[in-house]
Design a protein around this ligand. Structure first.
Ligand SMILES: *[C@@H]1O[C@H](CO)[C@@H](O)[C@H](O)[C@H]1NC(C)=O
Ligand SMILES: *[C@@H]1O[C@H](CO)[C@@H](O)[C@H](O)[C@H]1NC(C)=O
Ligand SMILES: *[C@@H]1O[C@H](CO)[C@@H](O)[C@H](O)[C@H]1NC(C)=O
Ligand SMILES: *[C@@H]1O[C@H](CO)[C@@H](O)[C@H](O)[C@H]1NC(C)=O
Ligand SMILES: *[C@@H]1O[C@H](CO)[C@@H](O)[C@H](O)[C@H]1NC(C)=O
Ligand SMILES: *[C@@H]1O[C@H](CO)[C@@H](O)[C@H](O)[C@H]1NC(C)=O
Length: 641
């Protein structure tokens, strides 16, 4: 018996939400590192084509165009004495005895670069994109060890805000983690040691306000209670906040410390159940300009390492910080509430209240209210992907509404593009990007120019945010993509990116983002009639069994085979990247026309068709046409005798 079997390599059982489309991108622009870079920092300025990547003893200045990447490498080696000392001390890991670039940030016009320098951190200034020099300028700068950790495995976060740099250092070994203001014209400040319990930092963000002095910075981290009992969860996800106007306390109280620091607990899990994700790994914030409104996305894991994403309202967080009682403090505040963002120069009465408040701030850093996610539960995302990094974007759609798109990097080097609306999570697509599959380590998004930069230990790749050409040539395919960056141009009959400056009142592009419904295209009747011309397959001999492949485009559609002049339809024998029709009991797979039909959004559309002809000619020649189609999509063909 001759069997042709097509097996889909990527066939997996999909659980939970799944990406509707899957794209494999192996084209430029991409950059390959000469050696693996297991820790990468990134700096990208909106509107530019240049990405700065900090690696081991090197700063990569990568300039992208649509066709290629031009790279320039700035050496940033450790001094030999630091390396020797590091190796002699048998520090955490000898591999870490080098200069890993952990900080690449622009503060005003100063480009600050800091590295681990083999256990004794150093900072430089990057000048003219080429030269590293000592940091100069009028402002103050903290010791480099407050800005960069001594080893890259100790996670740190740096955020420029208002001409100052804020640095958060995670705790390792005997070091308490701290948040500091480390550079700029404002006073250098820090958190008190007792305020944070072994923090591991996950992110930081500026929270804008209509009045500048009310601007705040949120820090995202996870605390770890070393003395927790075995039956207790030792991790707690946190948000800490300070005001950018903070100038520290008075000589007797908190002289070098923030006086506006509060922290709160963040929950991520189903309601009040035990199923909580307490370890926040990363966080991003989307805010509207000058408004204290927006959304925060936190990436969490639980004790078993499963990752989920929870969304929070910035207004909820802001309300908690402004109104909540302080944990363990039951007296009423009297005058102004402690920790408010206020302009300097208090009146004498204020000054007295201020001293009292400093006392409260010193001993009661935690608020009582707990922050819970919007929609109560974690976002409904595919469960078979471990998410390693997230970025987010706000897109103005053609209905004049803003939509949120999340980009989730996975441990397999994939990126999921997700539309998040209040009602729903819709997984627009999954990109497989890399030659060498490895976790996504870092991403940077440029909303202005419309680019996403994705880095693994081996490669850095750039993707367009509006990747509309991949969605197909029909209105229905364009609309069902539910991609807020793309709309159907009725006049030109093309799926196109919404152009900059698009006028939502006079524009003619169409979209439907709130549900998978393409009735707006008004082409249902035409779709029903559409037929493909069948490819002819000549079958030799009675005992030859043929398998017919139908490429799966949308993973949200139902694929089936139908035979002409026959009321029956046949399920896929295998599914995955192909819906394969093969011999099952009573299937007359010998002669006739077989059509592969995909049903989505209530419409059935024909994808491919084959005509099987039974005559004496050679089979393998005509079968090549099927293989040509399938080879494209990484399908293995086995010929079993
Ligand atoms: C940077 O470029 C400017 C103008 O080309 C030059 O005057 C300056 O010396 C350069 N600085 C360094 C540190 O190379
Ligand atoms: C940054 O710029 C602001 C406003 O231009 C200025 O007040 C501040 O001193 C600058 N900071 C540094 C560190 O140069
Ligand atoms: C850590 O856990 C122990 C045991 O439950 C508890 O007594 C202690 O108060 C916790 N520490 C903090 C700072 O919450
Ligand atoms: C859009 O077009 C309308 C009508 O021509 C005009 O009144 C409006 O100002 C335009 N909006 C923008 C943002 O340009
Ligand atoms: C799609 O939208 C149209 C118009 O809003 C509506 O009449 C129709 O019932 C919707 N179809 C589905 C499948 O929801
Ligand atoms: C077809 O298969 C049957 C059962 O496996 C076998 O008995 C028969 O000889 C085969 N015929 C040909 C022409 O190979």
């Amino acid at each position: 018996m001759n069997y042709f079997i097509l097996l889909s390599v990527l066939a997996t059982v999909v659980t939970g939400k799944s990406p509707r489309l899957k794209f494999i991108v192996h084209e430029p622009p991409r950059f390959h590192f000469n050696k693996p870079e297991n820790y990468i920092s990134m700096y990208h300025q909106e509107g530019s084509d240049t990405l700065y990547v900090g690696g081991q003893a090197t700063i990569y200045v990568l300039t992208f165009s649509d066709k290629k990447v031009v790279d320039m490498q700035i050496p940033a080696a450790s001094d030999q004495t630091a390396i020797d000392t590091c190796k002699a001390k048998a520090s955490p890991d000898e591999m870490e005895c080098d200069n890993f670039i952990t900080v690449l940030q622009k503060v005003n016009d100063t480009f600050i670069v800091c590295g681990t320098n083999a256990g004794s951190p150093r900072c430089w200034m990057l000048v003219n994109d080429t030269v590293l020099t000592d940091v100069q300028g009028g402002g103050m700068i903290a010791p480099a060890s407050h800005i960069s950790p001594p080893f890259p495995s100790q996670k740190s976060i740096n955020l420029p805000a208002d001409g100052s740099l804020y640095s958060a250092m995670s705790s390792v070994g005997g070091h308490t983690g701290l948040i500091r203001r480390t550079f700029g014209s404002q006073k250098l400040l820090k958190t008190e040691n007792v305020w944070l319990l072994n923090p591991q930092f996950a992110g930081a963000s500026i929270i804008p306000a209509s009045e500048k002095y009310k601007e705040e910075i949120y820090f995202f981290f996870t605390e770890f209670n070393k003395t927790a009992r075995v039956d207790e969860e030792p991790h707690r996800a946190r948000i800490g906040r300070v005001c950018t106007v903070d100038e520290g306390g008075i000589k007797a109280l908190l002289p070098e410390s923030f006086t506006t620091f509060f922290k709160t607990r963040v929950m991520c899990g189903a309601g009040n159940t035990q199923q909580q994700y307490n370890n926040m790994k990363q966080a991003v914030v989307l805010t509207a300009q000058d408004k204290r409104a927006g959304v925060m996305y936190g990436l969490f894991s639980n004790a078993w390492g499963r990752t989920v994403v929870c969304a929070y309202s910035i207004e909820d967080i802001d309300r908690a910080f402004s109104n909540s009682k302080l944990k363990g403090y039951s007296t009423s505040f009297g005058g102004t509430r402690p920790g408010m963002c206020v302009r300097k120069s208090p009146s004498p009465a204020d000054a007295q209240n201020n001293v009292k408040n400093l006392g409260i701030m010193r001993y009661y850093p935690e608020i009582e209210d707990v922050i819970r996610p919007v929609g109560v539960n974690p976002l409904d995302l595919p469960t078979d992907d471990q998410i390693t990094h997230t970025v987010a974007d706000i897109v103005l759609a053609v209905n004049d509404e803003h939509y949120t798109v999340l980009y989730l990097g996975t441990d397999q080097g994939k990126v999921l593009k997700v539309l998040h609306t209040i009602q729903d999570v819709f997984i627009i697509s999954q990109y497989s990007l890399f030659h060498n599959e490895g976790p996504v380590l870092n991403m940077a998004i440029d909303s202005q120019k419309g680019h996403l930069y994705v880095g693994t230990a081996m490669e850095v790749q750039r993707l367009p945010l509006a990747d509309c050409r991949r969605y197909g040539h029909t209105c229905r395919e364009c609309i069902l993509s539910r991609d807020p960056y793309c709309g159907w141009d009725k006049a030109r009959r093309k799926c196109i990116a919404i152009p900059p400056g698009y006028n939502v009142t006079t524009g003619t592009l169409i979209q439907n983002l709130d549900s998978s419904n393409s009735s707006i295209c008004e082409e249902a009747a035409a779709l029903k009639l559409r037929q493909t011309s069948p490819r002819e397959i000549v079958v030799k001999g009675k005992n030859t069994t043929v398998f017919l492949p139908c490429p799966v485009h949308s993973f949200h559609a139902t694929y089936r085979w139908e035979k002409d002049n026959c009321q029956r339809n046949y399920p896929c024998l295998f599914s995955g990247d192909f819906c394969v029709l093969g011999p099952v009991v009573n299937t007359p797979l010998k002669e006739g026309v077989f059509r592969c039909m995909a049903t989505e959004d209530g419409f059935k559309v024909e994808v491919v068709s084959f005509r099987l002809v039974n005559d004496g000619r050679l089979l393998s020649a005509s079968f090549a046409s099927i293989l040509g189609l399938s080879a494209l999509l990484a399908v293995v063909t086995l010929w079993l005798h």
